[in-house]
Ligand binder design. Structure first.
Ligand SMILES: *Cc1c(COP(=O)(O)O)cnc(C)c1O
Length: 364
């Protein structure tokens, strides 16, 4: 018998393993802790839970799950079209916006293509690039922020895609609307820009990239219901683009890639303006609390405009293990090439205080 792994495509054999934030249940099981006493500040989930309107809609949708979902996501796309002032055909749904990153790979990436991305940036860009046999071209951040000039300078005739997350994960830094628009307008036509806006709703004012669509440029915006809408467990995100580009992404998705409960919840969540406002305000207060606490402890951190903070603790693996032992799950950053750092999600005021209390003896 041959070794089955030898039969796999080389890109699959060498695909790095994604390390997600550790689930509460895993930590409880491994360390013999009560799950109710554990808090997860590892995956930038919403400390205030899901949107209540979304939760009610999801519960109603559950009573009809013997039926396949609407594969065309009619209600969701109609709602998005109204919200954005775009046509329903300009949206593409994903099982999380992560899936849309993969769809983009399916449509555009061949072996030998280059994909330009910042470093450190969201690791999924690199994983998907490698999975399709393309080559990641990593451009170092400057002062923890994307250097758009350097990204543009890394473009060659082989560049197919550029990923620009703003705010970026794991740094929590953003580029301005003027910077993003000028960057996209100066690129050659063979390069597609993916603007990952997973945390855009946490900004006071999110950049409006729609002028780029009106100009017919090859750009895709990615949004998610996992962060400010508090629906990470339902897995729903969407892309918006010109109708032609959106149509290509539709061709490569599975007909029912987004489930019915998630669709119903998302439609309701888009109407829950009050919840989103409350989350944004709570997050802003949490950022101030955490940054103030870190300053007092003399801990270096990257000022954030998202719902998490990157901080330098010396030995990130040790801080992660120590806090986890005491029921607070952080995200170690070794996988991002930042072994001295950890990332903490903004929690409730009590959770933030507990995190700072537990961190204090480790950094003094
Ligand atoms: C969390 C996150 C996403 C969202 O992923 P989903 O698949 O929608 O849950 C996308 N991009 C970045 C940079 C993120 O941090």
């Amino acid at each position: 018998m041959s070794n089955i792994a030898d039969l796999a495509k080389p890109e699959v054999r060498t695909q790095p393993v994604y390390e997600p934030g550790k689930p509460i249940e895993d930590v409880a099981r491994e360390l013999g802790l009560d799950p109710d006493g554990i808090i997860k500040l590892a995956s930038n989930e919403n400390a205030l839970g899901p949107s209540p309107l979304a939760l009610a809609a999801a519960q109603r949708a559950l009573t009809e799950v013997e039926l396949y979902p609407d594969g065309g996501c009619f209600a969701l796309h109609a709602k998005l079209a109204e919200k954005w002032g775009l046509a329903p055909g300009q949206f593409v749904p994903g099982n999380g916006s992560n899936e849309i990153i993969e769809l983009i790979g399916h449509v555009f990436l061949r072996p030998g293509d280059e994909v330009v991305m910042g470093a450190p940036a969201f690791i999924v860009y690199k994983l998907i690039t490698l999975l399709f046999g393309a080559t990641p071209v990593e451009v170092p951040l400057v002062n923890h922020r994307h250097d758009l000039g350097a990204l543009a300078a890394a473009v060659t005739s082989r560049t197919r895609l550029i990923f620009v997350p703003s705010p970026n994960n794991p740094t929590g830094t953003a580029n301005t609307e003027a910077e993003l628009l000028a960057f996209a307008r100066a690129l050659p036509e063979h390069v597609i820009v993916v603007f990952d806006e997973a945390y855009a709703e946490f900004l006071e004012e999110a950049p409006d990239l729609r002028p780029l669509l009106a100009e017919g440029r090859p750009v895709i915006g990615l949004r998610t219901f996992s962060k400010i809408y508090g629906l990470a467990g339902l897995r729903l995100g969407y892309g918006y683009a010109g109708a032609e580009l959106a149509g290509l992404l539709h061709r490569v998705r599975q007909p029912f890639n987004v489930n019915a409960v998630a669709q119903a919840a998302a439609v309701a969540a888009l109407d829950d303006v009050e919840f989103v406002e409350r989350c944004r305000a709570t997050n802003a207060a949490g950022l101030r609390q955490l940054e103030g606490g870190l300053q007092k402890l003399g801990v270096e951190f990257v000022p954030s405009v998202a719902n998490f903070i990157l901080l330098r603790v010396g030995d990130g693996a040790r801080a992660f293990a120590e806090l986890q032992r005491q029921g607070v799950i952080l995200r170690p950053m070794r996988g991002y090439g930042l072994p001295e750092w950890v990332r903490v999600t903004v929690g409730t005021a009590e959770q933030n205080a507990r995190f700072l209390d537990l961190l204090s003896p480790l950094v003094s």
